[in-house]
Design a binder for this molecule. Structure first.
Ligand SMILES: *Cc1c(COP(=O)(O)O)cnc(C)c1O
Length: 458
C-alpha cells in the first residue's frame, strides 16, 4: 500500500484548511501519520485516493449503519435532489422524518436541525428557558458537540462556589470533558454555568444536586457514553444509572436530557437505549437519522417543545433545517432499520469482540471491551483494569500501543477510528468477507501493539 496521493492531498489541504481537516480527529494526530483521503465508498468499504480498499469501521462516526452508497438511500437522495435541493419553506419530507422519529422514541415533537452540536445547543436554551435556571450538569468524557457550555470542564468557579469540597473540586478540574479538556475562546462566564461530574458516580450527582439543585436547568448525558470509548451505565440496587439521573432531576425540578446523537437508532430501533421507566424530558438525535447527510433533531414533550418559536418565545432557527435531500436520506434510512438489522449488527459485533479478545490474549495484551447494543469499543487499559466505568479509567489507556495497533490494522486494509476513545462502528453491509478481513488482521496487529506497549501496561 502506498499513501502517496493522500500525502500530496494532505499537503495541499493544509494550505487552505487548518490542519488539513474539517474536524480534528480526522487528522490522525492521536496515531501519527497521514490521514487517508477518501475517494469513494461502497457497502463496508472505503477506497482512498491511492486506490486502496479499506474495511470501514468508522462508518462516518456512526451514521452509515446501512453501509455506503446504499441503493435505496441513494435512490431517495437522487430523486429528492432532482426536485431541487433547498427551498427555505416547509416540505412533506420533513414531516415524514419527524413522524418516523416520534413513532420510534418517547418524544412527542421534534425540531430538525443540521448537526448534533446544534441539537444540544438548542436543547440547553430550551431547558434554561423552561426552568428559568442557568446551571447545566454534564459528565466527564461525554461529548455533546462543540457547544461552548458543554466543552467545559467545570472550572474552578462552580467547583468552589458549589461547596463540592476539595475532592469535588479536584475531580471537577481533572475531569476534562474531552481529550482536550476545554478550549480557549470559551468564556469563563459560560463554563461557570456548567458542572462536570464523573460518569457513573451517583454520590457526585447527589451532592451536586443537594448543593445546587434549585439552580440546575438540566442534566445532559449520553444515553450510553460512546465518546470516551463505550461505557456502560451502571446498575445499582436494580436501578439503571439513567433511571437514577431522571429521578434526581425530577426531585429537583431539573430537566433530564438524553443525548442520543450517537446511540439513537444505532443501538436499537427505538433510538432510546432501552431502559425501562426512563422518560427523558428532552432528547437529541443525529448521525444515523441523517442517513449520511447533515441532519439532526431535538425533541421532547409537546408542552416543552411548544415553547419554541414561532409558537413560543424561545428562538431557534436554521436556513437549511429540515433540508429536503437530508430528510429523504434520513427517512429512507430509518424505514430500513427493522429489528433484524439490530440482530445482525449485534452478531457482527460479537464476532469482532471475540476475535479481539482471542488475538489480544494470544499477544498477551491487556485490554477491556465494552458494548452498548451493537456499539462496542476496545480499551487498551493496563492489566489491573477489568472495567471502564468513567473517563478517568478510560484515560489510563496505552495510546502508544493503540497507535501501533491502528497502523498495523490500516496496513492490513482495516480503517479503525484514529483514536483510542471511540467506538468501532459496523453496518449491515459488513458481510462475512469484510468481517474476515478484520478478524485475519487482528493477531498481527495485537502483536504489534504488545511490542509497542509502554511499561505501564505490564
Ligand atoms: C457526534 C455527537 C454529537 C455532535 O454531533 P455533530 O453532528 O458532530 O455536531 C453530539 N452528541 C453526541 C453524543 C455525539 O456522539
Amino acid at each position: 500500500m502506498t499513501d502517496q496521493t493522500s500525502r500530496e492531498l494532505f499537503e495541499r489541504a493544509q494550505q487552505v484548511i487548518p490542519g488539513g481537516v474539517n474536524s480534528p480527529v480526522r487528522a490522525f494526530r492521536a496515531v501519527g501519520g497521514t490521514p487517508r483521503f477518501i475517494a469513494s465508498a461502497e457497502g463496508p468499504y472505503l477506497v482512498d485516493a491511492d486506490g486502496d480498499r479499506l474495511v470501514d469501521l468508522v462508518c462516518s462516526w456512526g451514521p452509515m449503519i446501512l453501509g455506503h452508497a446504499h441503493p435505496e438511500v441513494l435512490g431517495a437522495v437522487t430523486a429528492a435532489a432532482g426536485r431541487g435541493t433547498s427551498y427555505g419553506a416547509p416540505t412533506r419530507a420533513e414531516i415524514e422524518l419527524a413522524e418516523l422519529i416520534v413513532e420510534r422514541t418517547p418524544v412527542e415533537q421534534v425540531r430538525l436541525v443540521s448537526s448534533g452540536t446544534e441539537a444540544t445547543m438548542s436543547v440547553l436554551r430550551l431547558a434554561r428557558a423552561a426552568t428559568g435556571r442557568d446551571l447545566v450538569v454534564k459528565f466527564a468524557g461525554c461529548y455533546h458537540g462543540h457547544v461552548d457550555a458543554l466543552l467545559a470542564s467545570a472550572g474552578s468557579g462552580v467547583a468552589t462556589l458549589s461547596g463540592l469540597g476539595a475532592e469535588g473540586a479536584r475531580r471537577a478540574a481533572d475531569d476534562a470533558a474531552l481529550a482536550t479538556p476545554s478550549s480557549p475562546g470559551v468564556p469563563g462566564a459560560t463554563t461557570a454555568q456548567t458542572i462536570v461530574l464523573p460518569y457513573n458516580d451517583r454520590e457526585a450527582v447527589r451532592q451536586a444536586f443537594a448543593e445546587l439543585g434549585d439552580q440546575i436547568a438540566c442534566l445532559v448525558t449520553e444515553a450510553a457514553p460512546g465518546n470516551m470509548g463505550v461505557v456502560e451505565p451502571g446498575v445499582e440496587d436494580g436501578e439503571h444509572f439513567n433511571a437514577f439521573l431522571a429521578r434526581v432531576c425530577r426531585e429537583h425540578g431539573a430537566l433530564f436530557v438524553s443525548d442520543e446523537v450517537m446511540t439513537g437508532f444505532r443501538v436499537s430501533r427505538s433510538g432510546q437505549y432501552g431502559v425501562d421507566g426512563v422518560q427523558p424530558d428532552l432528547m437529541t438525535f443525529g448521525k444515523v437519522m441523517g442517513g449520511g447527510f447533515p441532519a439532526a433533531a431535538f425533541g421532547g414533550r409537546a408542552e416543552l417543545m411548544q415553547l419554541l418559536s414561532p409558537v413560543g418565545s424561545v428562538y431557534q432557527a436554521g436556513t437549511l433545517s429540515g433540508n429536503p435531500v437530508a430528510s429523504a436520506a434520513g427517512a429512507t434510512t430509518l424505514r430500513l432499520l427493522d429489528e433484524d438489522v439490530y440482530t445482525r449488527l449485534g452478531r457482527s459485533a460479537d464476532t469482532l469482540r471475540s476475535a479481539v479478545a482471542d488475538a489480544f490474549a494470544a499477544a498477551g495484551l491487556p485490554h477491556v471491551t465494552q458494548s452498548a447494543g451493537s456499539m462496542f469499543s476496545v480499551f487498551f487499559t493496563p492489566a489491573d483494569v477489568t472495567a471502564v466505568p468513567d473517563y478517568a479509567t478510560a484515560q489510563r489507556q496505552d495510546t502508544v500501543a493503540h497507535a501501533a495497533f491502528f497502523h498495523a490494522m490500516l496496513d492490513a486494509g482495516v480503517y479503525l477510528p484514529p483514536s483510542a476513545y471511540e467506538a468501532w462502528f459496523l453496518s449491515t453491509a459488513h458481510d462475512e468477507q469484510a468481517l474476515s478481513t478484520v478478524v485475519e488482521a487482528l493477531p498481527a496487529a495485537a502483536r504489534a501493539a504488545a511490542a509497542a506497549a509502554t511499561a505501564e501496561s505490564h
